[in-house]
Design a protein around this ligand. Sequence first.
Ligand code: 48H
Ligand code: FE2
Length: 257
Amino acid sequence: MELNEVIITKAIIDRFYAKLKDNLETDVAIVGGGPSGLVAGYYLAKAGKKVALFERKLSIGGGMWGGGMMFNEIVVQEAAVHIFDEFGVRYQKYEDNYYTSDSVETTASLTAKAVQAGLTIFNCMTAEDVMMRPDRVIGLVLNWSPVEMAGLHIDPLAMRSNFVIDATGHDTNVVRVVHKKVPGKLDTPDGKVEGEKSMWSDKAETLTLDNTKEVFPGLYVAGMAANATFGGPRMGPIFGGMLLSGEKVAKDLLTRL
Ligand code: 48H
Ligand code: FE2
């Protein structure tokens, strides 16, 4: 049968709009498709929750593709190896407490397994704001990333969610939006985004887990955003804390959903 361009076009439009409409109300909305957001989405979806992830860029994976300084290998500590096993990522032991994996295999596996578990990912979409009622985050305000990049004055659309996870990495974009709208109300020592401290891998990896929690009613932080929000140090190119943070935020949210 001859291929018909109009049917191809209709197929894309129909399927995409069905997917988008189906995700306008979710249990959890994740902003950011780096390692922490992907792992969180995987565990929530695997537990049967409705969960959508919005990623600003074309590609999913955040800062994981490039390993350390574009040496495309990932390092994790022993405590995170069970997550590699869960996602079927192959790894090798290095000295006592370190494990390495190929960063491309790791990023691709996290993405594929999360989607297959039921996570819906929207790429090229930016969460530019949140919805509040009035002192709780209840959803996201979304726009196409190219609209933001081109500086076009086009109003966004909105989706509702019982909980939002800020997994936007170093930038901590969602928490910053909330702080701008209701200054001083974050559940951090000074009520504001404390800001990331200098590199100290050991301390940072522990603190990432402590800092993975609710920072404002309805809004959780995970991954690098958790450390930046609560003033933890950066850890450099060790990704165990990011994976464990995603696992932790999912576990915590499952007790509330
Ligand atoms: C939609 C957005 C928005 C927005 C940003 O940076 P990431 O990889 O995040 P994490 O926390 O899962 O992992 C951090 C890790 O990659 C890292 O940088 C480490 C371990 N650094 C240590 C160190 O010392 O430097 O991914 C965040 C994602 C990115 O893909 C952004 O494009 C996306 O979030 N994003 N998506 N709407 N408003 N803001
Ligand atoms: Fe980083």
